[in-house]
Design a protein around this ligand. Structure first.
Ligand SMILES: NC(=O)C1=CN([C@@H]2O[C@H](COP(=O)(O)OP(=O)(O)OC[C@H]3O[C@@H](n4cnc5c(N)ncnc54)[C@H](O)[C@@H]3O)[C@@H](O)[C@H]2O)C=CC1
Ligand SMILES: O=C(O)[C@@H]1CCC=N1
Length: 287
């Protein structure tokens, strides 16, 4: 049975802003079989770029008209930069006179814009009420099915409306997903939303270190990426604390502890914590 059967109410999904993160979500959902290409409508500012990127996925409903995305979709992911949200709303204002909805056919709007609060979303999307609104923070590894998403939503209806459950199903198909209080969203952004960039930097640096010691570039990159993936999988699969696993690698007087000492001298852990803190603060500013 295709996993798309698990979607209860959502027949069509739209992406306003068909850039990197929209592509990561859509390509992940398509490769998992949760969605089919003809269920997707996507918009951006330049049609040619949009078509060039999305046609290879089989997605042909591409447009520069954001209103079309709304009209075609049950679930609308808002995937523009936070600074572009006002432009999108101005664009959608033309729907004000004609858009009609009621409790029975309301849509779900899922913003993935860093920092933009549920309050701001409710205010901006007032013309589409009654509607469901969620604020989510996914990350790009969703494109390979190993992502993280945290989200919060408006209302606390029981049972949970089917479109929220469909959203949860979509995110869960692409990795781990947690519903959280809105107060945790910026921190989750600083950790998991931005985190892949920190890890890519680490992988690049690990590979550079190997190249400096004479390992060919391709092999160094493969060894670095596989080492990070293997270490991450070991943490997740064994449930052991990373410090315990680190101790298992460090032979007394051996090579690893010399490397660990060099990392400590470079304040590696403090630097990573500072990165999460800086990104969290910046996410809050973006609201
Ligand atoms: N890139 C990432 O790792 C993550 C990004 N996000 C959030 O996702 C959102 C998008 O980020 P990216 O995909 O990285 O950016 P991006 O720059 O790759 O994509 C943005 C897209 O929006 C389109 N766009 C700009 N103005 C528009 C308008 N008025 N109407 C319709 N489309 C418009 C652009 O043409 C572009 O395709 C941001 O709000 C960001 O905070 C969230 C989680 C992770
Ligand atoms: O850099 C940003 O603002 C976005 C949010 C999380 C990842 N990219």
């Amino acid at each position: 049975m295709s996993s798309s059967a698990a979607l209860q109410k959502c027949k069509a999904v739209g992406f306003i802003g068909g850039g990197n993160m929209a592509y990561a979500i859509a390509s992940g959902l398509l490769s998992k079989g949760v969605l089919q290409p003809d269920q997707i409508t996507v918009s951006a500012t330049r049609l040619e770029n949009l078509q060039a990127r999305w046609a290879p996925l089989g997605v042909t409903r591409t447009t520069i008209d954001n209103a079309e995305v709304i009209l075609q979709s049950d679930v609308v992911f808002i995937c523009v930069k936070p600074q572009m949200f006002d432009h999108v709303l101005k664009d959608l204002a033309k729907l004000k006179q004609t858009f009609k909805t009621d409790e029975s056919n309301q849509k779900l709007y899922v913003s993935i814009m860093a920092g933009v609060t549920l309050g701001r979303l409710e205010q901006g999307l007032a013309m589409f009420q009654p509607c469901l609104i969620a604020r989510a923070m996914p990350n790009t590894p969703m494109q390979v099915g190993v992502g993280c998403t945290v989200y919060c939503r408006t209302g606390s209806d029981h049972p949970v409306p089917p479109l929220y459950r469909d959203m949860h199903t979509m995110f869960a198909a692409l990795g781990v997903v947690h519903e959280v209080e809105e107060s945790k969203m910026n921190a989750a952004t600083g950790l998991a939303g931005c985190g892949p960039a920190y890890v890519y930097e680490f992988i690049e640096a690990l590979a550079d270190g190997g190249v400096k010691q004479g390992i060919p570039r391709d092999m160094a990159l493969q060894l670095a990426a596989q080492t990070v993936m293997g270490a991450a999988k070991t943490v997740l699969d064994t449930g052991k604390h990373p410090a315990v696993l680190k101790d298992e690698v460090c032979s007394p007087g051996g090579a690893t502890i010399h490397g660990v000492h060099a990392l400590e001298q470079g304040s590696m852990r403090g630097t990573v914590m500072n990165a999460v803190e800086s990104a969290t603060k910046r996410a809050a500013e973006l609201s």
